[in-house]
Design a binder for this molecule. Structure first.
Ligand SMILES: Nc1ncnc2c1ncn2[C@@H]1O[C@H](COP(=O)(O)OP(=O)(O)O)[C@@H](O)[C@H]1O
Ligand SMILES: [Mg+2]
Length: 346
């Protein structure tokens, strides 16, 4: 019998299918735009079809606002994951390590488990701790355990911040044994879709040398430094209404600082794309562009000598007389590019 309820049900099923189709298309378009081969795209699709996701953790599948940009790195990461390998992304600040992790979770359709490493990270915080519940001792599952169960992508963020012995508990998890040993409980095997992706900033304050035994369990990807093309692309995506001249100068400022850092004239403290983007956003609210680059990037250095060099670069790129009108086109509210909610987002 057809009734209203039945119709509604069908409609929502169709809607669900639509959303899935849209998502599939979106992923496919993105991979094609990046220049990934059709063969690889098909393999990613097969992977998605092969492994279902428990609805309990569906919300953990990432949906990056702006996916990773960079064909070679993406291709390496995709092939490694298809072959069941774990990845270690190594590179400077703001080279898109976390964006790449999110992008991989999205294209492979796997729930992401963000696990931030710090000096106090220990095996219990990774795998689980005993708790007393219902009159018995039970395991409160940690993120690595859950990732193993649900076939997630475990993001071992800034893995070189942790002490090596804390990470050694993951050795059996990360190599061909693919299992977790929880003292006092059964060992569990990793779901076939589970992968681990470590990220590390080399030589950052507080980081340690990773030991060889750990590194040997990953394929290591050197994250490339931002270049002009990528930088221009990313800024344009983030600020569609930015005037071309301003965009050229902001990108130029970043690249000038990068060159000076490469030559050892300054440190890498101000090479912070996240900071640059955050700074540029304040221009929308009326802060002068010159001040915006100071709070966004330049003030991250506290060394007077270094600051002076940076000031010179900034003054030639971003004149102090500039106002918001020099940076943004003032769009009428009807312009399709004007979406204030989106434009102001992180
Ligand atoms: N290749 C890239 N593709 C997309 N975004 C990037 C890329 N490189 C840097 N970014 C941008 O840089 C900022 C920092 O990225 P994030 O992934 O957090 O860097 P990391 O983890 O390497 O420090 C984000 O705003 C991101 O959009
Ligand atoms: Mg990061």
């Amino acid at each position: 019998m057809r009734n209203h309820f039945h119709d509604v049900l069908c409609l929502s099923e169709v809607k669900g299918m639509d959303i899935n189709m849209n998502k599939e298309n979106h992923i496919q378009n993105y991979l094609q735009e990046q220049g990934i081969s059709q063969e690889l795209i098909s393999q990613v699709e097969e992977f998605r079809k092969m492994y279902e996701v428990d609805p309990l953790v569906e919300e953990r599948i990432a949906d990056p606002e702006m996916p990773f940009y960079g064909k070679d790195t993406l291709e390496i990461a995709i092939t490694a994951i298809l072959q069941g390998e774990n990845l270690l992304l190594s590179g400077g600040k703001a080279t898109g390590k976390n964006v790449l992790c999110e992008t991989l979770s999205w294209i492979f359709g796997r729930p992401a488990y963000d696990i931030s490493f710090h000096v106090n990270t220990d095996s219990a915080s990774l795998i689980g701790t005993d708790t007393f519940r219902n009159n018995e001792v039970q395991l409160r599952k940690g993120p690595v355990y859950q990732c193993a169960e649900f076939g997630g992508f475990g993001i071992l963020d800034e893995i070189n911040m942790a002490k090596n012995d804390a990470v050694s508990v993951l050795h059996a998890t990360l190599d061909h044994r693919r299992r977790i040993d929880v003292p006092g409980y059964n060992r569990i095997l990793l779901h076939p879709a589970a992968r681990f992706i470590g990220t590390m900033n080399q030589g950052y304050a507080g980081t340690r040398e990773l030991n060889e035994a750990l590194v040997s369990r990953f394929l290591v990807v050197d994250m490339p430094k931002l270049d002009e093309e990528t930088l221009t692309f990313l800024l344009r995506k983030r600020f569609p209404d930015m005037k071309q001249e301003a965009l050229t100068q902001f990108a130029g400022l970043f690249l000038d600082l990068q060159r000076k850092a490469d030559n050892g004239e300054i440190s890498t403290k101000s090479l912070d794309l996240r900071g640059l983007i955050a700074g540029i956003k304040t221009i929308r609210s009326g802060l002068s562009p010159a001040k915006a680059v100071r709070i966004g990037i330049l003030n991250k250095s506290f060394d007077a000598f270094e600051k002076e060099i940076q000031e010179d670069v900034a003054n030639t790129r971003i004149p102090r007389s500039w106002t918001r009108a020099d940076v943004f086109e003032l769009l009428p509210a009807s312009d399709p590019r004007f979406d204030s909610a989106k434009l102001n987002q992180g």
